[in-house]
Design a protein around this ligand. Structure first.
Ligand code: NAD
Length: 304
């Protein structure tokens, strides 16, 4: 088996690459290292340092004829998407279309796309299903919705088989603490530097935190799914930011210093994705509890 992993030098893509290589898959990484790191590129993979918005991606796919394309490369920073909607669109939409055009030239078994709960925007505070209205509140969310729609039409018009995976809040080793990096990575980086943690608002806001290895396993499970569909890849339960602090207090040998700041404008109070469709259809379910996932992540950041 041969797989392309776009974004394979990034947080989730590098873990996916490791697992695919362990399974004996030949892996080609496409990454322009804009947020990914060279040291995360598994040396057993073939590395193409390329931008997915470059039309030559079509020829690269035709040349290597992968069985699967796991498409993770993205401009994934909400703030940057506001600063530069064009660059966000170029990577997230044009890049996706280039890859889909490659699949028209060299048919594949499955195109597995990393999408996000940001497609729903500031929806109601209840558990979201895959049928909940799409109402992105950022250019990032909008570019992901658009990419999803292109993927679905390429499926209809050109028989490109796909799975679209909308993730909860992913955390784990190698996540960047820069910019809009996940809150767990940001907290752990602060602990490492012995700095105070900042909690936005009262800390009662909740998120559906899912460990990176569960995301990897879902990608692999989705590659074997027979039909074209959209799935939530999440735990289906949520935890508050205050709960994260409690879990970190149990692990950290010295007291944790933190303070509350103003609520961030536009922040969603609660976010939780119903994962029952994925659990019932993909022969997958999340296996890491928040406690276990935080322990693994803590150890990797603090090198314990
Ligand atoms: P990441 O920034 O660590 O990885 C993205 C990778 O894509 C990086 O290695 C980067 O260098 C590469 N890249 C960016 N633009 C590129 C371009 N034009 N051409 C080639 N490579 C390019 O992000 P991540 O957290 O690993 O996210 C992976 C995917 O999962 C993204 O599609 C993201 O939208 C999605 N996602 C992530 C989360 C999360 O909580 N981390 C949640 C929902 C969805």
């Amino acid at each position: 088996m041969k797989a392309f992993v776009t974004g394979g030098a990034g947080f989730i893509g590098s873990h996916l690459t490791d697992s695919l290589l362990d399974m004996g898959t030949e892996v080609h990484i496409i990454d322009n290292l804009s947020s990914g790191k060279k040291e995360y590129v598994n040396p057993a993979a073939v590395f193409h340092e390329k931008d997915i918005s470059d039309p030559s991606i079509v020829e690269l796919i035709d040349l290597h004829k992968p069985d699967y394309i796991y498409h993770l490369a993205a401009q994934a920073d909400v703030n940057r998407s506001t600063e530069c909607p064009y660059q966000d669109m170029k990577t997230n939409l044009i890049g996706t279309i280039n890859l889909l055009d490659g699949c028209r030239k060299a048919p594949i078994k499955k195109f597995i796309f990393s999408s996000t709960s940001a497609v729903y925007g500031n929806g109601p505070d209840k558990k979201l299903t895959e049928q909940s209205p799409l109402n992105p509140a950022s250019f990032y969310g909008l570019s992901k919705v658009s990419a999803e729609k292109y993927i679905q039409l390429y499926g209809d018009f050109f028989s490109v088989p796909f799975s679209i995976l909308r993730y909860g809040n992913v955390y784990g080793p190698r996540q960047t603490a820069k910019g809009e990096g996940g809150v767990i990575a940001v907290f752990l980086e602060k602990l490492k530097q012995s700095e105070r943690l900042k909690l936005n608002g009262d800390g009662d806001q909740t998120r559906d935190f899912i460990y990176v290895q569960d995301i990897v396993d879902a990608n692999i499970a989705a590659s074997m799914h027979h039909s074209n569909d959209i799935f939530h890849i999440s735990t289906g339960s949520s935890a508050s930011i205050n709960k994260l602090i409690e879990l970190l207090k149990d692990l950290h040998p010295s007291p944790i210093d933190y303070f509350h700041s103003e609520n961030r404008i536009g922040d969603i109070k609660h976010s939780c994705l119903d994962n029952s469709k994925a659990v019932n259809s993909l022969n997958w379910s999340p296996s890491f509890s928040l406690k276990e996932g935080i322990l693994q992540t803590y150890r990797s950041f603090l090198k314990k």
